[in-house]
Design a protein around this ligand. Sequence first.
Ligand code: NAD
Length: 487
Amino acid sequence: MTLDTVFTGYADPALHSQGLFIDGQWLAGGGIPVIDPSTGDVLAEVADASVADAMRAVDAAEKAAAGWRRTPARQRSEILRRWFTLMTEHAEELALLISLENGKALPDARGEVGYAAEFFRWYAEEATRIPGEFRPTPSGSHNILVDHEPIGISVLITPWNFPAAMATRKIGPALAAGCTVILKPASETPLTAYAMARLGAKAGVPAGVVNVLTTSNPGPVTNAMLADPRVRKLSFTGSTGVGRTLLAEAAKTVVSCSMELGGNAPFLVFDDADLDAALDGAMVAKMRNAGEACTAANRFYVQSGIHDAFVAGLSKRMAAMKVGPGYDPATQCGPMITTRAVDKIDRLVADAKARGARATTGGEAIPGSGYYYPPTVLENVPVDADLAHEEIFGPIAPVYRFETEEEAIRLANQTEYGLAAYVYSRDLTRAIRVGRGIETGMVGINRGLMSDPAAPFGGVKQSGLGREGGVHGILEFMEAKYFAVEF
Ligand code: NAD
């Protein structure tokens, strides 16, 4: 399948633009190939921004900043709401585009578009409810008035695994808060970001409020933007390693940072869990996006009494999944993003096997030109295997056995990450107690899917700083300003 076949018969063939989007203008350019991971073929080429292009984007964001900040909240809200509507109207072509450049199965891509669009609807509503405070000091000396002001020009950097949702989760609150932005999507999946920018312009986003650039040189280009004193915010989603580098860079100009980084989610199943519900949840938590999700269950800890039934049930469901190109309607598990990703999974599985793990299904990469790895269940995995500590980012479910609640909590916390965790038990009191004992920003209780635009998404430990979504997300793009008022 090619881009043209995806767009034949669709409403807006121009959706797959390939140039930089700066100051409301499309600048021609090429240099970065976009690969279809189901075949390894080149789908398109997108522009490769230089430092000078990035500076032009900062100029554009600055030129638009004062007008956007002064635009009444209701008007900003209506623009975001129109963008939501346009994404909904174009949902099918956006889903195909995501499937094509990212590889994810169409149901996952459709789910992502719906989830992504909802951030615009949610923040269209939040834009009109920005909080303030007024309160006398306890001593009665004066009055405290607190305003929330837009933080300023924001650089948004997003990964390839959710090309639409990671962008709207940042653009929505930034625009609602009154900030102008420069979005740098991942080079693997830029077409979705450019398609959404086109819809944003149609929705009435003024020139310069949202700028989008792709680059093969993300370090120098981002560093140049962070060094510019006009840039006041960095919102990054990606790996913990790159996050650390960016935090160090942002420290030089004391730029405010929000960081959504890697995960290593534990999935705990207690003897008293509803087995079918736990298996349903495990499939969602593991296989959404073929395991390429920061919230993906990375370690299954299963209590002894239910362990064998869980492994048997999970192996059966994983073995039944249809692997293929994301855009084939029959596909349930698409390809990985790159050959590098397949090699990493191969290494982790080989290490686990060498330490005594056994694959009950899958366990070997699928040869051919696409980047496929089959759904795999590993049992008898020792807790010191590399995949117990590293983010797998693929369709591998390693299962570990535990005996007691204390042991489960201890194992769950044996990681530098702290993004998401899952707990399955019919005893809600226990599930909450265990959830409180686990060091993560989010816990799914008898539920395998937790992402929702109305909820605060984010991690603790080395999984990040700050929250996206909910009422929390907009404050990441605002500064509290205190007025001491005497009257
Ligand atoms: P990555 O860190 O390699 O890249 C993320 C983004 O950063 C891309 O746009 C990339 O081009 C850019 N980048 C890379 N080096 C850079 C540099 N030196 N300076 C500036 N930008 C740079 O991550 P990835 O492989 O694209 O995504 C997978 C990772 O993202 C996983 O670790 C996953 O857990 C994480 N993730 C986290 C969340 C979350 O919400 N916590 C959500 C999705 C993905």
